[in-house]
Design a protein around this ligand. Structure first.
Ligand code: RFL
Ligand code: PHB
Length: 388
């Protein structure tokens, strides 16, 4: 088997890259270890930056997003039983975000790819990338129990944090933080109790109210790292959300049947460089942010837009100049997102060893965001997205 760009992984990064390359007339093959059902239903991100929406639109992949996505012009910060709204357009010169689940982005991209794109092979596990720094790198993969080889001009590892592509970079350097807490996330069949996302700082820990649609709520609770999702009963989850989201006014949290429950560990991670020879990394394969800033999917989109542009430039001009700056170009944006996600995480979560001094600093940071236009704009600019 032979192709121009071999893509490992059919998450948002791999699927969007395949679409951008198809639109540019560059052929690719996508190898995905899981089945279609799994990829389309794995609950993850929910927030698309304005730039991500623009990219999906330009790629012809936003028909349903434009119909069903919910535009959000702000978020609410909740602390010390008070509520403060951060108004994105007012603080950023008109920017906003869109609530549209990652599952739906993937479904839309898969449908397009299967209709008129290059091969998208599910149940196909990449085993290794070989000869990454030679003229024709290869992906060794297994399908139906048989090992085969995909010969490529370029290989792109879009295979997430646990993938195989990163291992083919011999002299990489990693930068990492793990956090002593995780998120317990639920999906519930109940209309969201607020029309915008609510990020709550509480002495008992962080809580987040988000949504998937006008009828489905997505909520998260900070829990100790290593927590088993099944150790929390549904009633305990609602009671804890009530406590952490409580306010001095008459706001109440609506309850409904919980349809899904899972725990997500929190990690910051960057692998440098994001390229070795003809192998490129994109998305979670190269970097992880804690979910507090809602940046992971948006960073993946930024990477593949940069890469598709660089590959197209080389095809059109013969110049590898943009491929040569791919890693540095992406990493500048990645580190801004790492900084933003770290700051937002440490402002809103309560570390197990936090003392009253830390608590007061967190409250002072939140009051500063509420009281200063400059501090509010700093949050709003970061949340709505860094340019690429
Ligand atoms: P993915 O989505 O992990 O996809 C990688 C794909 O590669 C496949 N794969 C392989 N295929 C073939 N051979 C192999 N050897 C393979 N190894 C792996 C996997 O099966 C998979 O299909 O990475 P990608 O495409 O880089 O996308 C990244 C995003 O998924 C991730 O950053 C976001 O989900 C992070 N994230 C959020 N991002 C946002 O922008 N906004 C949010 O609101 C947001 N919320 C979240 C999040 C992540 C969360 N979790 C569960 C980590 C909320 C949560 C709870
Ligand atoms: C989500 O809806 O899953 C979500 C929203 C905002 C975040 C993280 C996750 O910061």
């Amino acid at each position: 088997m032979r192709t121009t760009v071999g893509i490992i992984g059919a998450g948002p990064a791999g699927l969007l890259l395949a679409r951008l390359l198809h639109n540019a007339g560059i052929d690719s093959v996508v190898l995905e270890s899981h089945d279609r059902e799994y990829v389309e239903h794995r609950q993850r991100a929910g927030i698309l930056e304005q730039g991500t929406v623009d990219v999906l639109r330009a790629a012809g992949a936003a028909e349903r997003l434009d119909r069903e996505g919910l535009r959000h012009d702000g978020i609410e910060l909740r602390y010390a039983r008070t509520r403060h709204r951060v108004d994105f357009p007012a603080l950023t010169g008109g920017r906003s975000v869109t609530v549209y689940a990652q599952t739906e982005v993937c479904k839309d991209l898969i449908a397009l790819q299967l209709a008129d794109g290059g091969p998208l092979l599910f149940d196909t596990e990449a085993l290794a990338v070989e000869d990454a720094d030679g003229p024709s790198p290869r992906v060794r993969f297994r399908r139906d129990g048989v090992e085969e080889t995909l010969e490529c001009a370029y290989v792109v590892g879009c295979d997430g944090f646990w993938g195989v592509a990163r291992r083919a970079i011999p002299d990489g350097r990693t930068f990492e933080r793990t956090y002593p807490y995780s998120w317990l996330g639920i999906l519930a069949d109940v209309p969201p109790s607020h029309d915008e996302l609510v990020y709550a700082r509480h002495d008992r820990g962080f809580a987040l109210l988000s949504m998937r649609s006008p009828a489905v709520s997505r909520l998260y609770l900070q829990v100790p790292a290593g927590t088993d999702a099944d150790s929390w009963t549904d009633d305990e989850i609602w009671a804890e959300l009530d406590r952490r989201l409580e306010t001095d006014d008459d706001w109440t949290l609506q309850r409904g049947p919980i349809t899904q429950k899972s725990v997500t560990p929190m990690r910051s991670y960057v692998h440098e460089p994001m390229r070795h020879g003809r192998l490129f990394l994109a998305g979670d394969a190269a970097h992880i942010v804690p979910p507090t800033g809602a940046k992971g999917l948006n960073l993946a989109v930024g990477d593949v837009v940069t890469l598709a542009r660089a590959l197209t430039h080389e095809r059109d001009t013969g110049s590898p100049a943009l491929l040569d700056t791919y890693s540095a170009d992406c990493l500048r944006r990645v580190w801004q997102a790492e900084r933003f996600s770290y700051d937002m995480t440490s402002t809103l979560h309560r570390a197990p060893d936090a003392d009253p001094f830390e608590d007061r600093l967190q409250l002072a940071r939140l009051e500063r965001i509420a009281g200063s236009r400059a501090a509010g704009a700093e949050l709003a600019e970061g949340y709505t997205g860094f340019p690429y």
